[in-house]
Design a binder for this molecule. Sequence first.
Ligand code: ADP
Ligand code: ADP
Length: 229
Amino acid sequence: EGHLRFEGVRFGYDPEREILRGIDLDVPAGSTLAIVGPSGAGKSTIARLLYRFYDLTGGRITIDGQDISAVQQASLRAQIGIVPQDTVLFNDTVGYNIAYGREGASEAEVAEAARGAAIAGFIERQPNGYDTRVGERGLKLSGGEKQRVAIARTLLKNPPVLILDEATSALDSRTEAEIMDTLEAIERGRTTLVIAHRLSTIVHADRIVVLDAGRIAESGKHAELLARG
Ligand code: ADP
Ligand code: ADP
C-alpha cells in the first residue's frame, strides 16, 4: 500500500510561469525517494501538490493507481504525513502537541509515539519552557527536540505516505546527525519523499532525483550520482 506515481505533472502558481514542467516519478510502496536540487527548483511544490494544496495544470498523481484528485481531500491527507523544516507547535504540552496528530488517540498511544521519537520524558513539557511539574523553570525545547515532537505526531498518525520536507535543514550538523536514525526508523514501511539539499542526508534513499528548474535533470542511486559528480 502506498505506491506513488507522478505522470507528466505540470504546474505553475501563475499561469504565465510554469514551475514544474513534466515530472515523472515512480515510488514503489515502502521505498524512499529523495529529491534534491537548488533552491527554487520546485521541490516543495512537488510536496504541496501531493498534499493537494493546489490543482495540477497537467498530468496526474496517483496513489495505488488512484488519481488523488478523485479522492476526498480529508481522506487523502489522512494517508500522508509531513515533517516540515520548521514545525509550529502549540503553546501546550508536548503530549498535547503529539496528540494533535490523530484525533481520539489514547494516552498510551501518545506515550508510544513519544518513545518512538526518543522524547519519552517530554510529555509534560511545553515548547516555551513551561513545565507543569516545575512551572516556568523548565527548559525550552531546542530545534531538534521540536522536530522530534513533529516526528512523534507523525508516528501517531501512522500514514502510509510520508513527506520529509527539509526536516533537518534548520538544525546544526550534530543535531541533524542525532535525528537521522529516528527519521530513517519512521521511514521504514512507508513510501517516503525526502526533500533535501545535502546529499549527505539521503545516503539511505532507494533513489535520488535531481530537480532543476522544474525538470528532473538526473536520477539514480546515491553512489551513481556521486560517481557522476
Ligand atoms: P537504472 O538502475 O539504470 O537507473 P531503473 O530501471 O531503476 O534503472 O531506472 C531507469 C530510469 O528510470 C532511470 O535512469 C531513471 O531516470 C528513471 N527512474 C527510475 N525510477 C525512478 C523514480 N523513482 N523517479 C524518477 N525516475 C525514475
Ligand atoms: P524549492 O523547494 O526547490 O526551493 P519551491 O517549490 O519552494 O522550490 O519553489 C519553486 C518556485 O515557485 C520558486 O520560483 C518560488 O519562488 C515559486 N513559488 C513557491 N511558492 C509560491 C507561491 N505560493 N506563489 C508563487 N510562487 C511560488
